[in-house]
Design a protein around this ligand. Structure first.
Ligand SMILES: Cc1cc2nc3c(=O)[nH]c(=O)nc-3n(C[C@H](O)[C@H](O)[C@H](O)COP(=O)(O)OP(=O)(O)OC[C@H]3O[C@@H](n4cnc5c(N)ncnc54)[C@H](O)[C@@H]3O)c2cc1C
Length: 443
């Protein structure tokens, strides 16, 4: 059968018609995009949210679900503290549907380096007014009787929590729809409509939506969309793998991170969701190669936990560069779980919780691509185009930080600045290799 015959049997669906205009358009219906949409609706704006796939199907529906202030640097801690309050408020509105548990977070130090890391957070907690306890080995065993031997110190933040990302995203999507957000799934933003340095619309296969306010919250896809307009936003992607056990008797309501091994949370059904911290597979693309000189230190410092793979993505990118074509959008499909990492994480989980043993039954494992900046901090701000705010590069912290980041961005859209949220350290201009929009550049 010829390709033409296949085409006749399954004709391409006509591009979906889109509204002619809206007060605001958000590109990406992950947790950041949808929560920003809710904030803008609350401010009385009409909001269209576009997603190239299904809402919540990317990182926001595949993460580990930690909402953790502990361990965050000073420049993120204020937003994280606010986020914890806002997750609590969302729980008040959505109840069980959000899958939120406010059980605190425990960071476990077992060797000299990890103990220093746990204790080092105390000044930030003090400065931010976040309750933080340091537990010695005996207190740790009293609080967490199931924990394995060899604990030096545990840092505990009682106000941290966790949620089930799949359940949470369904609930947030439902809330957005009920609040009048117009959600268009399987409708990609193809490019921005720019006139005289202002973004005046968003182009989709079904037409252009005119708007004076666009928020780019397309996760790892953000940087390549901006590149089409000469904006270089250094953004990298890695793949994290997580797994889930069958239900086991209740151990804890806290999230637990052994800084020398596995992180885990026990969800409402009793299943333990777990993974290895910092262990990431990187499918190298043009971004990683072109930034190699200043990423080298990161790679060398993390050689135990980062695995670089040069394959089809790099070949495609090099081909595009040689033919002077724009880099293709990254694929939407989910990456595959790294089963070697699952096996290792299971061993580490057995060390953290010996009663589970290393042979605890694994129900499922999955992976998700994580978008990141070079300094592992979110990227929030403007890129030289009025009418556009960028909200991306969450660096593995996005589920937790989303409500406060969305609140700050909505404030920028409505009033022109982030108000009381100090997000200056997250501005895209801090990034090496960043290039803002140039109105005078030849097109
Ligand atoms: C394995 C793993 C574990 C993690 N663990 C945690 C954790 O414990 N705690 C935590 O806080 N964070 C964690 N994260 C990170 C967190 O999931 C992300 O930071 C967060 O979900 C990012 O949300 P987002 O809305 O920016 O992006 P995404 O959820 O990736 O959403 C972006 C959306 O944009 C859409 N899109 C792409 N291109 C276009 C286009 N051209 N037009 C329209 N739409 C487009 C995509 O389809 C996608 O739905 C983890 C991530 C992974 C993968």
């Amino acid at each position: 059968m010829s390709a033409g015959a296949i085409h006749q049997q399954h004709p391409e669906p006509a591009p979906r018609a889109v509204p002619h205009s809206a007060d605001s358009v958000i590109i990406g219906a992950g947790v950041l995009g949808l929560l920003t949409a809710l904030e803008l609706r609350r401010a009385g704006m009409s909001v269209v949210v576009l997603d190239a796939g299904r809402a919540g199907s990317a990182q926001s529906g595949s993460n580990l679900g930690f909402v953790r202030q502990q361990g965050r640097g000073a420049s993120e801690a204020t937003l994280m503290r606010r986020s914890t309050e806002l997750w609590g408020q969302l729980h008040g509105r959505l109840g069980e549907r959000l899958g939120w548990t406010n059980g605190g977070h425990a960071s476990v130090g077992r060797d000299a380096a990890s103990e220093v890391e746990v204790r080092a957070w105390a000044p930030i907690a003090r400065e931010q007014g976040i309750p933080f306890e340091l537990l010695g080995p005996r207190e740790a065993t009293q609080r967490f009787p199931w924990i394995g031997a060899g604990v030096g110190v545990v840092g505990f933040t009682p106000t941290d929590g966790h949620l089930d990302p799949v359940v949470a995203m369904q609930a947030i999507r439902g809330l957005a729809l009920s609040e009048g957000v117009e959600l268009l799934e399987n409708v990609p933003a193809v490019s921005l409509d720019i006139t005289g340095g202002n973004v005046v619309g968003v182009q989709t296969p079904g037409g252009t939506i005119r708007t004076a306010a666009t928020v780019l919250a397309a996760g790892m896809w953000s940087s390549r969309l901006l590149r089409r307009h000469g904006v270089h936003l250094p953004q990298y992607t890695g793949v994290g793998t997580v797994a889930r056990t069958v239900p086991v008797p209740r151990l804890t309501h806290s999230t637990v991170w052994d800084l020398t091994g596995a992180g885990m949370r026990q969800d409402l059904s009793g299943r333990i969701n777990f993974g290895l911290g910092q262990h990431v597979d990187i499918d190298v693309g043009w971004e990683e190669v072109s930034a190699a000189p200043h990423l080298l230190r990161t790679y060398l410092g993390s050689w135990r936990t980062l695995r670089l793979h040069a394959g089809r993505r790099l070949a495609g990118d090099v081909g595009s560069r040689l033919r002077r074509l724009p880099l293709a959008a990254l694929p939407l499909d989910r990456p595959e779980a790294n089963l070697k990492l699952v096996a290792r994480a299971r061993r580490e989980l057995g060390r953290l919780v010996p009663s589970l043993g290393e042979s605890v039954e694994i129900e499922s494992a999955w992976a998700g691509a994580i978008d990141s900046s070079a300094d592992f901090l979110p990227v929030i701000g403007e890129v030289g185009l009025s009418g556009l705010v960028v909200l991306t590069g969450m660096s593995g912290h996005g589920m937790g930080i989303a409500p406060a980041a969305a609140e700050a961005v909505a404030q920028i859209v409505v009033t022109g600045d982030a108000g009381s949220a100090d997000i200056s350290a997250l501005d895209p201009r801090r990034l090496r290799g960043f290039r803002a929009y140039d109105t005078h550049a030849p097109r």
